[in-house]
Design a protein around this ligand. Structure first.
Ligand code: FES
Length: 157
């Protein structure tokens, strides 16, 4: 009898502790939800591509592993303040990478053949022109020239 009473008390304590744990878990769940919601709406969800080996204008060694994304149509790298992409059709495009709306890094999208800002949805053509706002100013277009052996991309203003 004494043992059974002790067991009941222990079970009660156990259930109470579960109740507190559930409440605590719920609180953490809610906080996590709120945190992720606010983070999603204000942070840059841009995946980080492999940074290129260059720093901007100049030559880009296309054989370097850091630039390997440029071997594939649709691939792109960030190269200093610019984005360099191998666009639809296989040519190379270099544009300023900061969206002219609020500075988020743009991404190249092969299917749409455009440069997309994941922050508020601006879209730019491969020449840098604004196709969809809220950005109102084009991206800066740089000149690109591929070496005859296809191993070096020269980027100039
Ligand atoms: S920062 Fe690019 S659309 Fe707003």
């Amino acid at each position: 009898m004494e043992t059974q009473k002790t067991e009941q008390l222990n079970r009660g304590e156990f259930l109470r502790s579960l109740g507190m744990s559930s409440a605590a878990l719920m609180a953490f769940y809610c906080m996590g939800t709120l945190t992720s919601c606010s983070k999603d709406s204000s942070s840059d969800p841009t995946p980080t591509p492999t940074p290129g080996t260059g720093t901007g204008t100049g030559t880009l060694d296309l054989t370097a592993s850091g630039n390997s994304a440029l071997k594939t149509e649709g691939g792109y790298i960030y190269n200093g303040s610019m984005i360099v992409a191998r666009v639809k059709g296989g040519s190379y495009v270099a544009l300023s990478r900061a969206c002219t709306h609020q500075g988020t890094n743009v991404q190249y999208r092969l299917t749409q053949n455009d440069f997309y800002c994941p922050n508020h949805g601006s879209e730019f053509s491969p020449t840098g022109a604004v196709e969809v706002g809220p950005a109102g100013t084009p991206l800066t277009l740089y000149k690109t020239a591929l070496s005859s052996d296809g191993n070096t991309l020269t980027i100039t203003t």
